[in-house]
Design a protein around this ligand. Structure first.
Ligand code: ADP
Ligand code: MG
Length: 394
């Protein structure tokens, strides 16, 4: 990967247009989680400290090209000011006169937030006119929104082609971590792919078996693989129509020398609810469903972790939201955390439920990198080119 970082840019007295992700959750009219805001502070602070003018470009919600007052970024401004510890000016449009006037009024070290880029239809269409209107506001472009980089929009892709561009601190950290996990990883590399369904993760499996040395398949999607091998899965979540696909993945893995690890013992229950009576079996009874991997499977996974140098993880190993079916996920996560603390493993994880599961397990803080990027992380794991990143590399 070859992209410029802030270190390569002269920002003093320059107007830096910074694409950020501040699509933050709200509860009772106030921002309820500051993670995304805190994550962009290093970029803003570095630009401000160097005497640059920081102009923030962002979307909020899905207004679909129209002005929707409930999706105004003005609501995010107080939280931004609080976390940044300084005033943030606001322009009620991200292009045109309101934006130009607000930028003209800035002094070095000032911060300005522009209104929701998605209020204009040109944003999501990556309209060259929209990109040009945005680019006209500044001297350089800084992309700090990896989580929006899988979309070729005017504020993520078009603008990068018009101004000297670089990655912000958050984007830089994310790209470096991802490169260390799949681009140029220390080997052996093990991937864990779990979660509910095979159908949502086919591209992911296809890409990973080409790149990793061992692939652990867990969660509901493992059932589809077990069934494809002729094993009984009872009433488990299982995509029987994907049996051929699962067999193709297994054949391809064998041909490529990628070791596939499926559960060998299963935790089954008759009901999908917390503390439902459960048992550990090797064959799932007809009236039961598989809700987690058993202790023997976990021991095998832990063994693989111990001999690996890099771990990349998406998808829980069981129905982790309900006890005791969070056990395999928790145990494997705790081991990955320990090996990371010991310095023998580089561990990278991402995905909405995966991040929730690793937080629940108390393991997230010890992972080398946890991606909160969601869709962009998955597309990157699928081996797809992210337009927002490609535009920085150009
Ligand atoms: P992510 O959001 O991290 O990409 P997924 O959405 O693919 O992860 O998968 C998470 C979901 O998979 C969770 O809701 C979890 O309960 C479910 N799941 C995992 N194992 C099973 C299972 N054996 N049976 C039913 N659901 C499962
Ligand atoms: Mg999910």
């Amino acid at each position: 990967m070859d992209f410029k970082t802030l270190d390569a840019m002269d920002v003093t007295d320059k107007t830096a247009l910074i694409r950020v992700d501040i699509n933050v959750p709200f509860e009772n009219g106030a921002v309820s989680d500051f993670t995304r805001i805190d994550a962009i502070l290093p970029t803003i602070n570095d630009i401000v400290a160097a005497g640059g003018k920081a102009v923030l470009l962002a979307h909020f919600g899905r207004p679909k090209g129209k002005v929707v007052p409930e999706m105004s970024l003005a609501q995010v401004r107080p939280a931004l000011e609080a976390r940044l510890g300084k005033p943030v000016a606001f322009a009620e449009d991200c292009i045109g006169k309101p934006a130009k006037d607000a930028v003209s009024a800035m002094k070095p070290g000032d911060v300005l937030l522009l209104e929701n880029t998605r209020f204009h239809p040109g944003e999501e269409k990556n309209d060259p006119m929209m990109a040009a209107s945005l680019a006209a506001l500044g001297d350089i472009y800084v992309n700090d929104a990896f989580s929006a980089a899988h979309r070729a929009h005017a504020s993520t892709e078009g603008i990068a082609r018009l101004l000297p561009s670089c990655a912000g601190r958050l984007m830089e950290a994310e790209l470096k971590a991802l490169d260390a996990a799949l681009g140029n990883p220390a080997r052996p590399v093990v991937a864990v792919v779990g979660g509910a369904k095979v159908s949502t993760k086919l591209d992911l499996l296809g890409n990973l078996i080409e790149k990793v040395d061992a692939l652990v398949i867990g969660g509901g999607m493992a059932n589809t693989f077990l069934a494809a091998q002729g094993q009984a899965v009872g009433k488990s979540l299982c995509e029987h129509d994907l049996a051929d696909t699962a067999r193709t993945v297994m054949d391809k893995a064998r041909a490529l020398g990628c070791r596939l690890i499926l559960p060998t013992d299963l935790v089954v229950a008759r009901e999908f609810k917390a503390n439902a009576p459960s048992e550990i079996v090797t064959d799932c009874p007809d009236d039961a469903m598989i809700l987690d991997a058993g202790p023997e499977s976990v021991a095998q996974i832990v063994d693989v972790f111990k001999t690996s140098r890099t771990l990349i993880w998406n998808g829980p190993l069981g129905a982790f939201e309900i006890e005791p079916f969070d056990k395999a996920t928790n145990s494997a996560a705790a081991e990955a955390a320990q090996l990371t603390r010991d310095g023998t493993l580089v561990s990278v994880a991402g995905g909405g439920d995966t991040v929730a599961a690793l937080n629940r397990a108390g393991a997230a803080k010890d992972f080398t990198y946890i991606s909160t990027a969601g869709g962009a992380f998955l597309e990157w794991m699928e081996g797809k080119t992210l337009p927002g990143v490609a535009a920085l590399e150009a």
